[in-house]
Design a binder for this molecule. Structure first.
Ligand SMILES: [Zn+2]
Ligand SMILES: [Zn+2]
Length: 262
């Protein structure tokens, strides 16, 4: 059986990713409306009531704003770390929800194993995930200022990776954002740039890495073509050709990606 991923929404204005293995269906974050989530799931023939869990990466609204409404309709279990729940509850970010679960480092849902990894980002306890089933692995890391050796080791033997390509540093510098926001984006607890992410991708490449999804592009400070070209150049420097050695996809803001599998 195949382990699958589909991004339903991906950008600084809303994120939601679907993961599937056999009859296990889960979502990572719902930072878009319930209506849009249901429409996106419909397009890949997934019934919203069949989603067995929602895994939260962190409390920023582009990741959680649709979770409460979805949970109140379908009663879907929500996994977040203890500290993330505390900040969600304290600030009433998603309203009253049922089926709250404390995220552990390893969670099993049927034959799918979900491992969480602490990441560097300006949230209370942000995480990235690795999904594993029948020795196939998909990594999901967005909203991350720097990649440490721990994460690098974890993503090294994945078969598919969804990685943040947030911004082009030059676009941030010359853009309209206030100074503090520019420093935040470019800082160690901010977001990964095209250049850094492309370099990581080229560094971790191995022949069983089938595809990479360039994700969480900033609407203000990035362009899909720029993320793609930066990746292409970094791969070519290592003698790697897109289409031959690896497939590269750029996640769209509000359009489903292809349903990718490993
Ligand atoms: Zn985000
Ligand atoms: Zn964030």
């Amino acid at each position: 059986m195949k382990l699958k991923l589909c991004t339903l929404a991906s950008s600084s204005s809303g994120n939601c990713t679907y993961i599937n293995f056999e009859d296990t269906h889960i979502l990572v974050d719902i930072g878009i409306s319930k209506k849009r989530t249901i429409e996106a799931l419909n397009q890949i023939d997934v019934k919203p009531e069949s989603i067995q869990a929602i895994f939260v990466t962190h409390e920023h609204c582009d990741h959680v704003k649709g979770i409460g409404v979805f949970n109140r309709k379908y009663n879907t279990p929500i996994y977040a770390t203890k500290k993330t729940w505390e900040v969600i509850d304290k600030n009433n970010l998603i309203g009253k929800v049922s089926n709250k679960r404390i995220l552990q480092q390893t969670t099993k849902i049927k034959n799918l194993t979900i491992q969480s990894y602490k990441v560097s980002h300006d949230a209370v306890d942000p995480v990235g995930y690795i999904f594993e089933a029948e020795k196939k692995r998909i990594a999901l890391f967005t909203d991350i200022g720097i990649i440490d050796t721990n994460i690098l080791t974890a993503v090294k033997n994945c078969n598919g990776i969804m990685l943040e390509f947030n911004h082009d540093p030059n676009m941030v510098e010359v853009g309209n954002y206030p100074y503090y926001l520019k420093r935040r984006i470019l800082g160690e607890k901010g977001h990964l740039s095209n250049d850094t992410a492309a370099k990581i991708l080229a560094d971790i490449y191995h022949q069983d890495l089938k595809w990479a999804m360039l994700a969480h592009l900033s609407g203000e400070n990035n362009l899909p073509d720029l993320a793609y070209i930066t990746t292409k150049n970094a791969l070519e420097e290592k003698g790697l050709t897109i289409g031959k050695h690896i497939q590269i996809y750029v996640a769209e803001k509000y359009i489903n990606s292809p349903l990718l599998s490993v």
